[in-house]
Design a protein around this ligand. Structure first.
Ligand code: GLU
Length: 489
């Protein structure tokens, strides 16, 4: 039987980083086993409907390159569905759920309930006061069939409830082992709501079965729902899929990752200059690391090494500093031309126009220092015009102002005579300055420190060779002259 997994988000309007991890694990397993990975939109909660949410979600999936083999996709801005066991959007499948609900009703495994929300609220309050578990009291379980017919025909609002059988329910969680629950603790769950829409529990079971899902990989928050699902599988006479409940994502203080403590939307991370592939690598390791001594994994490696049984049970801390580092590793591996294309939108958004050739040089020499693409917005400033700086930082720790000034004059005079071709390569600039230092019997530190600061205006920056190459002859000379003039000796 071919492995089929699915990611089944409710369209909230954004893709949560936890959702990205769930989707990714489903994708990795399906790819590894040459199976299929499906996307299904669970939009049966009509009260929480967010306009445009499905499109936004699909757009985010496109950006992180986790498009499903089956399910909805965005084609020229419109939602199209791929695959033949759809529709993959639950609100488009209502007759399927209703037909299955009827089967349960006919078999006596479900019953119609007319209780008003006022009655249910009152019941819950009483149970809370009496410190009992809050459960439906089966008030409508034994209504005569003709009364049910009469009242529903008269248009009285009603729901369909699961009649939870007696006994125990067990299931095997790939990550957590066997979980057993006494059915007495399970509520007679609503299966079909008064608006005719199925609840999550009903829809998820019917769909996972009809879509031939073999592995349900989802967040830990769904564990308590799983016994209800297993009961439904049994009542329908179906085999349940394998379940794997992923550990919670935590803030560094071990609280549940929440919007209050920072961003949780993939879209926000992308907007803040994180690369999709870095984000994917980072979330892959939240709760799973195939090798103790490795952090950077290409997607193909993750596919090869993924192992559901090696996922941790305990919560995974979302470490922002690690994400920044990891993103920097991916930025570093880009070619300068790739980086130019990636950073340009951030510069445009900041209203900064910059010459393409200069930007490519900046990217070439700054990429090892960048963590996020947005870093470029500040970085370019020092290339467009030298930042104001305290001339005291021109003086190397083993020198004085007079020495620094003399060395700056020397470098300037040397560079003013070199051939034009020297400016075309970092290596040529470096060789030329180093040959000059050697020919004069000078020390590297005395010459290179003030030169670097004169060109960058910063105490920490790329090397003077890289800076001179990026700035070109005219700007290099201008900056050296400015620094010389600022050293009053
Ligand atoms: N619709 C649920 C969610 O929003 C899906 C849970 C599941 O995967 O079964 O996460």
């Amino acid at each position: 039987m071919s492995v089929r997994t699915r990611f089944a988000p409710s369209p909230t309007g954004f893709l949560h980083v936890g959702g990205l991890r769930t989707a990714l694990y489903n994708y990795l397993l399906a790819r590894q086993q040459s199976g299929q990975y499906l996307l299904r939109i669970e939009d049966t909660d009509r009260e929480r409907l967010v306009p445009g949410a499905v499109e936004k979600l699909l757009e985010a999936f496109g950006r992180v390159n986790l498009l499903p083999d089956e399910g909805p996709r965005l084609v020229n801005g419109a939602v199209e569905q791929v695959g033949d066991v759809g529709p993959y959007i639950q609100s488009e499948r209502l007759p399927v759920y209703q037909e299955h609900a009827k089967r349960l009703l006919d078999a006596g495994a479900a019953y119609v309930c007319f209780c008003s929300s006022e009655r249910l609220d009152g019941l819950r309050k009483q149970q809370e006061i009496a410190k009992l578990s809050t459960k439906y009291d089966r008030h409508c379980l034994s209504l005569p069939a003709d009364e049910v017919l009469r009242r529903s025909a008269a248009g009285e609002a009603h729901v369909l409830r699961l009649r939870v059988p007696e006994g125990e329910t067990s299931f095997e969680d790939v990550i957590r082992g066997t979980i057993t629950i006494n059915n007495a603790e399970v509520d007679d769950q609503v299966l079909i709501k008064s608006d005719g829409f199925p609840t999550y529990h009903m829809a998820v079971v019917v769909d996972d079965h009809l879509m031939k899902i073999t592995h349900v990989i989802r967040g830990e928050e769904w564990i308590s729902s799983t016994p209800k699902h297993v009961i439904l599988y049994r009542l329908f006479g179906w085999d349940a899929p394998l379940f794997a409940h992923l550990p919670l994502l935590l803030n560094p203080d071990k609280s549940k990752l929440s919007k209050r403590q920072g961003d949780v939307a993939v879209e926000d991370y992308l907007a803040k200059g994180y690369l999709p592939e870095a984000l994917v690598n980072f979330v892959a390791l939240l709760g799973f690391n195939p090798k103790a001594d490795q952090e950077i994994y290409a997607i193909d490696e993750l596919i090869e090494l993924f192992d559901l049984t090696k996922i941790n049970k305990s919560g995974a801390v979302f470490d922002q500093a690690k994400l920044n580092w990891m993103n920097g590793q991916y930025v570093m591996k880009k070619t300068s031309a790739e980086l130019v294309a990636l950073v340009r939108p951030f510069l445009d958004a900041a209203g900064k126009t910059i010459d393409a050739a200069l930007l490519e040089k900046i990217c070439a020499i700054e990429k090892t220092r960048m963590e996020r693409l947005t870093d470029i917005v500040e970085i370019v400033d020092a290339y467009v015009s030298v930042p104001a700086f305290d001339p005291a930082i021109l003086v190397w720790k083993k020198a004085d102002a007079a020495d620094s000034k003399a060395n700056l004059v020397g470098v300037r005079d040397h560079l003013s005579t070199v051939e034009e071709t020297v400016w075309t390569e970092i290596g040529l600039v470096e060789a030329s300055i180093k040959a000059y230092i050697e020919s004069k019997g000078l020390s590297n530190g005395n010459v290179l420190w003030p030169t670097r600061v004169a060109l960058s205006g910063r105490a920490a920056s790329p090397s003077p060779f890289e800076l001179a190459w990026a700035l070109g002859k005219d700007e290099t000379m201008r900056r050296l002259d400015g620094a010389i003039a600022s050293l009053a000796t």
